[in-house]
Design a protein around this ligand. Sequence first.
Ligand code: FAD
Ligand code: N01
Length: 570
Amino acid sequence: ETAATPSDDPAETLDAVVVGAGFAGMYLLYQLREQGRSVVVFEAGADVGGTWWWNRYPGARCDVPSMEYSYSFDPDLEQEWNWTELMAGQPEILRYARHVADRYDLRPDIVFETTVTSAHWDEGDRRWLVTTDSGRRVRARWCLMATGCLSVPNTPNLPGLDEFAGTVLHTGRWPEQWPDLAGKRVGIIGTGSSGVQAIPELAEQAGHLTVFQRSPVYTVPANNRPLAPEIVAEFKARYPEIRDRQRDSVSGFLGPAALRRPKPRAVEDRGRGGDDTGTPAGTAQPERTRSGLLDLSEQERREAFDRNGPGAFMRFRDVYLDPEANEVACELFRREIDKVVEDPAVAEALKPTDYPLACKRQVLDTDYYRTFNRSDVTLIDLRHHPLQTITGAGVRTEAGQVELDVLVLATGFAAMTGALSRIDIRGRAGRRLSEAWSGGPRTYLGLQVAGFPNLFTVTGPGSPSVLANMIVAIEHHVDWIVDCIAHLDVVGATTIEPSPEAVDDWVDHVNEVADDTMYTAPNCNSWYLGSNIDGKARVFMPYVGGFGRYRRHCDDIVADDYRGFVLDAS
Ligand code: FAD
Ligand code: N01
């Protein structure tokens, strides 16, 4: 802790406690300070950056273009920072987060290596009493959860894991000092975004890499490359316009369309948000056509795939909505794997067959399929050779034992609710959040929970969050929250919380827009649905209706005197 950190008074009183110092917590701190409020931020990690502090595995990078995956709140910051690659790697994003912390002198109000363990609403005091694992107790009117959607790694209950004599590493908790893998026998479990990014890099570093695959993945080339100075210059010159279009888009970013001159839209179309194709948000290709894949002849479909590669499917809206179109795209996608992977048996094993495209978060890769042509990489298909147990020496499947020095778990996160469920949060009448959410998370706009006054969740379940460019989603939520807090002061209210009816209506709406998309197909099991965590309710958690539409909805609610919220001045 620095000298400027708030004192260790057993129950000091501040305006706000922020939990987490990733992009959300840092921006909250900045904005609350701008309003002149007293704030402390607690962060479990040893520095700022959140996701980018913890996920240091080889190959970690963002897959939203960096010129767009960055803060927009200060034009000077936009102008002075120079991204070097189209999609920045983890070290560069962490440097950016640190630059922001230094530039706005954020660290004095952040207490690192400190975990918030409980937050209890005190009805008499009308404040939250927040407690940390270091024994710190802070009373605050506002309790702001910037705890991250993907901040709690999921370590599955693999039999015998504790017996393993080698090193176990989780991609979401990769050590700062990378272990030397040269000559080592490395195994990896998990072929989601993290595994797909790590596998080509681990293959380079290790003596031999064995990939234990349960579900094959639909992954498309990221086409990452160095950023040309003229592209950077054009972005910087046009940032205000590009940011406006991001905020109005389906997924909070524009991708290849960013530097194209936008076509003027009809007046009645303006501000409706999104690309207006009716395609759900959250795909890696924000630009979509109105046309369907099924509108094309077989020849035209093949040509589209030959021209644009396996990512071609992302342009067709029916792929996201119509199982028949989806299966056509899946088949074309599988054909692409045959083109790259030399061993037909390996190619076959890498083909997803039992769930649709666009059901899980789209994965982007660099040289993923080609990696399986290496003689020092082995694929074990757990669908055909189930994992039996981890032993002291390695991993035993029905195909036999694979001896390993290092086992990497790329097994994902307790997403969206994991970090909140680890904190003992109690609202009015001592009601626990875990109880309120026992059937799945229930929020109004992903921002607030009924019965938990003055507690806000940044990019909480029920908001576009993980289906959008998250920095854009974070800035929107933080701005909304600090404006709301300022409004309460103006009208003389002390608390705000949603009515139970507003929560019910919003949850219904969140479900309704997700129904009949691939996200909720009966054979889709994703972390969006909580399916990766044993015992978690199957509920589609993010809002798929589009970021632009959601943002306008939030604006309308404010304009309508915070419709659905209860403000109390007593
Ligand atoms: P986080 O960065 O997760 O920060 C939350 C912080 O809260 C963490 O540091 C955590 O330690 C802390 N915390 C949690 N609970 C407590 C507690 N009880 N006490 C104290 N501290 C606590 N999004 C995109 O939009 N584009 C991308 O390309 C992209 N790539 C990603 C790549 C990876 C490998 C991962 C894991 C995620 C990626 N994401 C991406 C999502 C990413 O999480 C967000 O973009 C963004 O960084 C989230 O910021 P945040 O501040 O909301 O949460
Ligand atoms: O996690 P995941 P992730 N035995 O849950 C497997 C963001 N992100 O860390 O599908 C065997 O997607 C599991 O198999 P299955 C992004 O939002 C972004 O990769 O359950 N295997 C799956 O293959 C992303 O969606 C980037 O059958 C087991 C894998 O582990 C989110 O973070 C990069 C298993 C988990 O995949 C999470 O991605 C990285 C078991 N017991 C992360 N348990 C970008 O590039 C799990 N698996 C932007």
